[in-house]
Design a binder for this molecule. Structure first.
Ligand code: AMP
Ligand code: GLY
Length: 420
């Protein structure tokens, strides 16, 4: 089978790595890819937001299966265009991608499905939103309705911060994504994520993970795309996971099917867990980054068979062959990230690192230039390891991170502290 993966981050490197282990893959192309992906697959320069262009590329290159990494092309309808062109694709339609692209849509689906989530109200006008915040008090959470690159959520610890967030969002700081705001009850508890493949009707869990969003050790400082992750998440015990599947995921998938917008792809279920009871924080319609890296490390080659079965509507026949293992990824970022950072600094030592089923460095923002690997983004490398225990995965990941020769690199030393 000829396969195309859309995207070029650490998530897509880990997807490419898993696909390449599978003997059913004859040829793999990744668009746009990065320096690490280029070592294992062909990279193509293609506008992944243009569904017509992607469909033509598939025809010209005899691509039979497309895996979509990020949410933006999904929300833009790229999967719809591919299906119209008769190409098999892993990823939801634009209609189903609204589970990530619109927070108020997700709330409406949760209401209809009876899925436990934070109490909320929706506003398009400043004054009623502010009156609601004053009446509810703090802490309280203000969210821009649409896609805002992970920056559209303000967890306000006091009323003034919430009022300011309303002014910013409805004042246009987030463009059309902030034309409506959702104001939510603040939920206490421990956060963890559950990843569920869906084929429109059947569902299959492909694992749990926890990430560290803050830049600084002890989970302090500004939010980032994620500074590290590990799988499984101890807080999502089999009992809690089963509860989340029964109360949240299954009713959501049934409601989407009932509305004529069946969800096919991976559902990223962000949960808040308190006293063993899960409530939904958010859905995403793609794998997490860096959570995907630890899931792929654990699943290996079978990940491709599972995604292929989801795309073909055969998930009911499938099961995951779990090993009794743990995985951890440590994100190496450019100094200064998530603020201003330098690009183009050289990274050495990568060729001397072990690369096997327990050790791999996935690339995120890198590019190859004249035989050297250069940093080209904020989050640059995902140093990933597997072990029989989380401590073993942790030790292996940090041994590798310490051997990377990158003066400008920064990483947290405490990934996994809660679980360890
Ligand atoms: P979201 O983009 O919806 O995942 O929100 C980003 C982060 O804000 C989440 O990962 C949580 O840490 C936090 N958050 C969002 N909604 C709530 C809520 N209702 N209560 C507490 N924390 C929340
Ligand atoms: N690591 C969080 C995300 O992918 O949304």
């Amino acid at each position: 089978m000829n396969i195309l993966i859309l995207g070029g981050g650490g998530r897509e490197h880990s997807l490419a790595w898993a696909v390449m282990q599978n003997p059913k893959c004859d040829k793999l192309i990744v668009a746009p890819g990065n320096a690490g992906i280029a070592q294992i697959a062909e990279c193509a320069d293609l506008d992944i937001m243009d569904g017509g262009a992607v469909a033509r590329f598939c025809e010209e290159n005899a691509v039979e299966f497309v895996i979509v990494g990020p949410e933006a092309p999904l929300a833009a309808g790229v999967a719809d265009r591919l299906r119209e062109a008769g190409v098999l694709v892993f990823g939801p339609s634009a209609a189903a991608a609204r589970l990530e692209a619109s927070k108020s849509f997700t709330k409406e689906i949760c209401d209809a499905a009876g899925a436990p989530t934070a109490g909320y109200a929706r506003f398009t006008e400043v004054e009623p939103a502010k009156a609601y915040i004053r009446a509810q008090g703090a802490p309280i959470v203000v969210k821009a309705d649409g896609l805002a690159a992970g920056k559209g959520v303000i967890v306000a610890m006091d009323v003034d911060a919430a009022l300011e967030a309303v002014d910013d969002m409805l004042g246009g700081a987030f463009g059309s994504a902030g034309a409506e705001v959702v104001i939510e009850e603040f939920m206490e508890g421990e956060e963890a994520s559950l990843f569920v493949l869906c084929d429109g009707s059947d569902i299959l869990s492909v694992g749990t993970a926890q990430d560290h969003k803050r830049i600084g050790e002890g989970d302090t400082g500004p939010n980032t795309g994620g500074m590290g992750a590990y799988s499984p998440a101890p807080v999502l015990s089999p009992e809690v996971e089963a509860r989340a599947m029964d109360l949240i995921v299954r009713p959501t998938i049934a409601e989407m099917a009932k509305r004529g917008m069946p969800f096919q792809g991976v559902l990223y279920v962000g949960l808040m867990i308190k006293d063993g009871q899960p409530r939904l924080v958010e859905y995403n319609v793609r794998f997490g980054d860096p959570e995907c890296q630890v899931l792929m490390m654990r699943l290996g080659a079978q990940a491709m068979d599972l995604m292929h079965a989801a795309a073909e509507g055969r998930l009911g026949e499938m099961q995951v062959n779990w090993a009794d293992d743990h995985a951890m990824t440590v994100v190496m970022a450019a100094q200064g990230y998530p603020g201003a950072y330098r690009k183009g600094t050289e990274i050495g030592g990568l060729d001397d690192l072990p690369e096997d089923s327990s050790h791999i460095v996935f690339h995120a923002g890198t590019k190859a230039e004249g035989g050297a690997v250069l940093a080209s983004g904020g989050r640059v490398l995902n140093v990933t390891a597997r072990g029989e225990t989380l401590s073993e995965a942790h030790r292996r990941a940090y041994e590798m991170a310490d051997r990377v020769d990158w003066q400008d690199g920064y990483f947290r030393r405490d990934i996994g502290w809660r679980a360890l």
